[in-house]
Design a binder for this molecule. Structure first.
Ligand SMILES: Nc1nc2c(ncn2[C@@H]2O[C@H](COP(=O)(O)OP(=O)(O)O)[C@@H](O)[C@H]2O)c(=O)[nH]1
Ligand SMILES: [Mg+2]
Length: 341
């Protein structure tokens, strides 16, 4: 018994929503029910009316435009409360091949993954400029290394998640959920896998990727935020060492001169050494504080998780299946993943 909810975050997508919805499968092996959820992020066009006319199962209006990351989170929350065992996210511009939903949900159904990323073959997408292709590849490499997960296409919005993953993920960065969730997954004991997916010809230019400098800046901002939250010790140790080490070397140099009776004329470097040592030490201390705050955050995330589980088990809005009767809770649930500090 498994229920799949396919969520589509939409901001003014009346043109492309019909084709997107038509391409989605309504029947999948191993899934009893497929429902479609349109999250309307304050669209000013006929997105809601279009969704209604298409007969989608759920429409979640956010009222005003809150941005993709918030719309994504609101959708997950809604889907979990409405009894989804698996949630698939796709874009409203019909960028991804709807039929590939089957490939996405397969590893979740088989209990082999909690999050499945649909990896585009970036090199073959004709609509992407050379610079965008390079940037996507480099970005995925950097994110894979920093987040300790192997993802060939880190920014893909075509993803499947188990109910367990949807209940555990907490997106707090405003611009994108794609990177945020990848950093959280290993910290929360969620298994990530990638499967190749197809893309459709571009229906309209990307609204999220307006130009490279803005996109780069926002991505770096996101990576910085999640890196300091999920790996504070590593981040601040690296930064602290970058400052502390030169100070240490300069200090040794001064000592060497002083021991050879030549301490005159080296006061400037001694002052610099002292400043660097103190500053580096302060950064280490900041790392400890950040770590403590992350520990608190983990406790709060655990509480939020329990709350979400509780509200989905209570079947807030009439879950289709009783909670004890659902199978693909995901491998993290089966392993009894305990991400507590
Ligand atoms: N909720 C929300 N969704 C948005 C916003 N801007 C774009 N989207 C949605 O995000 C998805 C991807 O947007 P798109 O412009 O195609 O960016 P791409 O991923 O670079 O191709 C689509 O489903 C859009 O409707 C926004 O401000 N709010
Ligand atoms: Mg797009």
């Amino acid at each position: 018994m498994a229920k799949l909810i396919i969520q589509i975050p939409c901001y003014n997508e009346e043109e492309t929503l019909p084709q997107t919805v038509r391409d989605l499968p309504r029947d999948l092996p191993g899934v009893d029910r497929v429902e479609i959820l349109v999250i309307d992020d304050g669209s000013t066009d006929g997105t809601v009316a279009t969704a209604r006319a298409l007969g989608v199962d759920h429409i979640l209006p956010l009222g005003v435009n809150r941005g993709l990351a918030r719309a994504f989170s609101a959708g997950l929350d809604y889907a979990v409360r409405h009894g989804a065992d698996i949630i698939v996210n796709t874009d409203g511009d019909n960028q991804y091949c709807g039929s590939d939903v089957a490939r996405l949900v397969e590893p979740v159904l088989a209990g082999q993954a909690d999050i499945v990323i649909g990896a585009r073959t970036i090199e073959e997408i004709e609509d992407f400029s050379f610079a965008k292709k390079r940037l996507q590849r480099l970005g995925s490499r950097v994110v894979s290394a920093l987040a300790s997960v192997r993802v060939p296409d880190a920014t893909s919005g075509f993803r499947a998640m188990s109910r367990e993953a949807a209940s555990r993920l907490l997106v707090t960065t405003p611009f994108t959920y794609t990177l945020d969730t990848l950093f959280q997954a290993p910290a929360k004991g969620l298994l990530v896998r990638s499967v190749p997916v197809g893309t459709n010809p571009m229906t309209r230019p990307s609204r999220l990727f307006r130009n490279i400098p803005v996109y780069l800046w926002r991505s770096l901002d996101t990576i910085f935020r999640v890196f300091t939250v999920y790996k504070p010790i590593l981040f601040f140790s690296l930064l602290g060492t970058l400052i502390f080490l030169p100070g240490f070397v300069l200090g040794l140099r001064f000592l060497y001169f002083a021991l050879h009776g030549d301490s005159d004329g080296h006061v400037q470097s001694l002052i610099l050494a002292a400043v660097l040592l103190i500053a580096g030490f302060q950064v280490y201390l900041t790392g400890i504080l950040a770590h403590l705050s992350t520990t608190n955050r983990k406790i709060m995330e655990e509480m939020l998780y329990q709350l979400r589980r509780h509200s989905s088990a209570a079947g807030d809005a009439g879950a289709a299946t009783p909670p004890g009767d659902r199978s693909p809770a995901g491998p993290a649930a089966a392993r009894g993943a305990d991400p507590r500090p």
